[in-house]
Design a protein around this ligand. Structure first.
Ligand code: SF4
Ligand code: SF4
Length: 202
């Protein structure tokens, strides 16, 4: 057995082909948002979410994001309240995402998880109780391919600033965000929630 397969035995997921499908129905249990969701954002998520909340990206980072700079590339992890995502609203037995229309692409795809933006398969998280329930649905391939593009752009922009232009991780991150922020009102399709919605969701 390959080492990769041995490591995969430790994880609770299935592998799904990009052109494949799986049985799924969201049960609105909120488990994915209330058990330490650990959502890592791309710079594109940051701009869309800031725009949706009508605040500058810097204020958004300050209030909602925990930047982790432990090495060359910074990671933008959503803050949490206890074990729950900072955007979760819980009350009267209802659990809802307060930023749902502009939620991160990772959340749009869940319980599908991207392994790498260069492979033709995804992981399906078996911890989600909705997996295996309901109708068979197709992988939202347009959304997946767009997310692949955003991931590649995210890392290549940061790496260019940090490795080629010689900036610190924080300087590189702020420079990328400032450039994207200036494009938020342009015709860039990724800034439009209508466009993102048109790509589908899981
Ligand atoms: S995606 Fe899964 S874990 Fe999240 S609310 Fe739906 S059923 Fe629950
Ligand atoms: S952003 Fe919304 S969907 Fe994503 S983990 Fe937070 S509450 Fe859940």
């Amino acid at each position: 057995m390959a080492i990769y397969e041995k490591v995969c035995e430790l994880c609770s997921h299935l592998t799904v082909d990009l052109h494949g499908g799986f049985e799924f129905k969201c049960l609105r249990c909120g488990l994915c948002c209330t058990t330490g969701p650990n959502v890592v954002l791309t710079v594109f998520d940051v701009i869309r979410m800031s725009k949706y909340l009508n605040i500058h990206w810097l204020g958004f980072l300050y209030d909602y994001v925990k930047p982790i700079i432990a090495d060359v590339i910074p990671f933008l992890s959503l803050k949490s309240r206890g074990d729950s995502c900072i955007f979760i609203n819980e009350g009267d037995g209802i659990i809802e995402c307060s930023i749902y229309p502009a939620r991160p692409l990772r959340c749009r795809l869940y319980p599908l998880e991207v392994i790498s933006p260069s492979v033709n398969s995804l992981h399906l998280d078996l911890k989600c109780p909705g997996v295996g329930k309901g109708e068979r649905i197709k992988v939202p391939i347009k959304l997946v391919k767009h997310f692949f593009w955003e991931l590649k752009e995210h890392y290549s922009m940061l790496l260019r600033k940090i490795l080629e232009e010689g900036r610190t991780p924080l300087e590189g991150l702020t420079s990328v965000l400032e450039e994207l922020w200036s494009k938020r009102e342009e015709e860039a399709t990724w800034t439009s929630l209508e466009y993102i919605n048109s790509l589908g969701a899981t």
